[in-house]
Design a protein around this ligand. Structure first.
Ligand SMILES: NC(=O)C1=CN([C@@H]2O[C@H](COP(=O)(O)OP(=O)(O)OC[C@H]3O[C@@H](n4cnc5c(N)ncnc54)[C@H](O)[C@@H]3O)[C@@H](O)[C@H]2O)[C@@H](O)CC1
Ligand SMILES: Nc1ncnc2c1ncn2[C@@H]1O[C@H](COP(=O)(O)OP(=O)(O)O)[C@@H](O)[C@H]1O
Ligand SMILES: [K+]
Length: 524
């Protein structure tokens, strides 16, 4: 499982390694520079021959230090290298200064102000080593200058970011900016300052996978620089964020259908039943032994006409639900998709939560509590998963959403990970905060990102009803006995795999139908 680090965690690992005497900062910087050069030639083997010219932009900290190493190593390969420095060489930190001094024996260092838009790209590769994990404030004018130079209109050059694209906060993935009311997306229209490759060290950083990280990074390559993989060195207050991966096994052991659980999905009223059926089919395909759709009387006919393997049971209101839940074989409940936001939705949610069953709440089951989220938080328990998209999240956690939407002016800035973690603590259950960068947080501190980005991009998931299927996946896994966090991570991961398996043209109905092929690929 891939661990994603914050700037503070990375610094702690680096410092502990240096203090242990096993490695020096200078050695780490040399390996970082070597890693960048290796990655460049691995990514673009054609650069082994042809135009051997590079431009390296160095900043005032150790990210700049990595840049001087890159310049020297390319020079050793007989490349012509132009180096530009942002800031004052006398103020460079010691390791960066040492590498600056090694470079000035080989070549010139010009001021960044002299780095202008070339007439056509004269170099084969441009290296952005201005700011990395130490970015603490917006880079303002410099950003504007670079955006002009690396304007998409000029055709994109091979631009390689060292550790992070400069200006992007490595914890939250947003570009730090001053004076804007909202966080702006990184690439403003017609002002694309977009790396093609980002080479980071030891582990990817959280910001590479959040918000605009993907748009700015292009592709992330991780290079080992010999740091120990010992998490005891990490600050203890927050756990490490991971990239979600599936924790799934086939149907093993006892083969009776009840051994794999019985999920109950509640349907909306007449005319609003499709969402719950999508969820129910998802729960069945993901392996729940049985799935029953609980339908109000008004929708029985409509549901019956559209169901086969999923069973149907009439459930009218909270009273009807209480009776049904006396059957303890219903070991996971999903409600929200298409349920409506009337008062009886609130009564159904409260009934389910009081029954203390593994429960997934989505869509209307969340929206219904916009005016009184504390009532919901008072009843949610550790066997629940809530799955808000951005709008639902804002309604339930308005203060947290406001912090996330506020301008990211100082680094490290408040991130979607921070928001999901805060929400999970408040709700007292697993929160799955949707998006291409879905963040899943457990109140016990565990947190993961299910990334539908880079080589897992799944833009076709942005289609009506796909969230309903996800709620069904998670409840089906909970019926199979998966704990809430594992069910949420695995469900979200499989959801993206299904979308990728189907590809363009995907609609919500297709998602669950890809599960057999995805399971086969996993060897289940
Ligand atoms: N942490 C590690 O283990 C390693 C770090 N290395 C490199 O070191 C980088 C981190 O170095 P630093 O902590 O020195 O930080 P950076 O080099 O990212 O930049 C921070 C420097 O810029 C200043 N600064 C921050 N925002 C600014 C702004 N908007 N305008 C002007 N100045 C600003 C800071 O005061 C500081 O001097 C990493 O990204 C990586 O590239 C590598 O050398 C290898 C190992
Ligand atoms: N651009 C995207 N790339 C990948 N996944 C996405 C994208 N947009 C949305 N999704 C995913 O699609 C699902 C949409 O859910 P939701 O917003 O609840 O839709 P609905 O209510 O129509 O079912 C979520 O799992 C979300 O993470
Ligand atoms: K950089």
């Amino acid at each position: 499982m891939t661990e994603l680090l914050t700037a503070a965690q990375m610094r702690a690992i680096e410092q502990a390694a240096i203090e242990s005497g096993k490695v020096t900062g200078l050695e780490l910087m040399e390996r970082a520079g070597q890693g960048v050069v290796e990655a460049i030639f691995e990514e673009w083997p054609e650069l082994q021959s042809g135009n051997r010219k590079a431009v390296v932009l160095c900043g005032p900290g150790n990210n700049g230090g990595d840049g001087f190493v890159v310049a020297r190593l390319l020079n050793e390969r007989e490349w012509e290298v132009e180096v530009f420095l942002y800031g004052n060489a006398d103020k460079l930190p010691p390791d960066a200064k040492a590498n600056y001094e090694r470079w000035v024996e080989l070549g010139e260092v010009q001021s960044i102000e002299d780095f202008q838009r070339p007439l056509g790209w004269t170099a084969s590769v441009y290296v952005d080593a201005m700011f990395g994990t130490g970015l603490s404030r917006p880079i303002g004018d410099l950003h504007n200058q670079l955006w002009e130079v690396f304007d998409a209109d000029a055709g994109l050059p091979r631009l390689v970011a060292v550790d992070t694209p400069s200006g992007v906060c490595s914890d939250c993935g947003f570009v730090l900016r001053e004076g804007t009311k909202e966080r702006l997306p990184a690439p403003l229209p017609n002002h694309v300052f977009e790396s093609q490759l980002t080479v980071t060290f030891h582990s990817p950083k959280v910001g590479h996978y959040l918000s605009d990280g993907e748009a700015s990074c292009g592709k992330v390559i991780v290079k080992d620089i010999g740091l120990p993989r010992d998490n005891n060195m990490l600050p203890k207050e927050k756990g490490v964020v991971k990239l979600a991966s599936p924790i799934i096994h086939g149907k093993r052991g006892v083969n009776h259908k009840y051994a794999h659980g019985h999920a109950l999905v509640l349907s909306g009223t007449h005319g609003s039943t499709g969402a719950a059926r999508l969820a129910a089919r998802g729960a069945l395909r993901i392996g729940a032994g049985l799935v029953t759709l609980g339908s109000p009387r008004s929708a029985m006919l409509e549901n019956a006409a559209n169901l086969t393997a999923v069973m149907l049971k009439q459930i009218d209101g909270a009273l009807g639900l209480t009776e049904v839940l006396e059957d303890m074989r219903f070991n996971a409940v999903c409600l929200g998709p298409g349920l409506g936001v009337r008062a009886d939705t609130q009564a159904l949610v409260l009934t389910v939560l009081k029954a203390n069953r593994p429960t997934v709440l989505d869509a209307d089951a969340l929206t219904r509590f916009s005016a009184n989220p504390d009532v919901l938080f008072g009843l949610l328990h550790k066997d629940c998963v809530i799955t808000p998209h951005g709008g639902e999240f804002t309604k339930l956690f308005p203060d947290i959403a406001e912090k996330l939407a506020a301008p990211a002016t100082t680094g490290p800035a408040y991130s979607k990970v921070d928001a999901a973690r805060e929400a999970a603590t408040r709700a007292g259950c697993v929160v799955l905060f949707k998006g291409p960068d879905t963040v899943i947080a457990d109140p016990d501190g565990r947190c993961s990102i299910n990334s539908a980005q880079y080589d897992r991009a799944a833009p076709w998931l942005a289609t009506a009803g796909s969230g309903d299927v996800l709620a069904g996946f998670i409840s089906g896994l909970m019926a199979r006995g998966f704990p809430p966090m594992a069910a949420a991570e695995t469900g979200a991961w499989l959801h993206v795999e299904c979308a990728r398996k189907f590809g363009p043209g995907l609609i919500a109905e297709d998602l669950a139908e890809q599960l057999p092929a995805v399971f086969r690929d996993l060897g289940l």
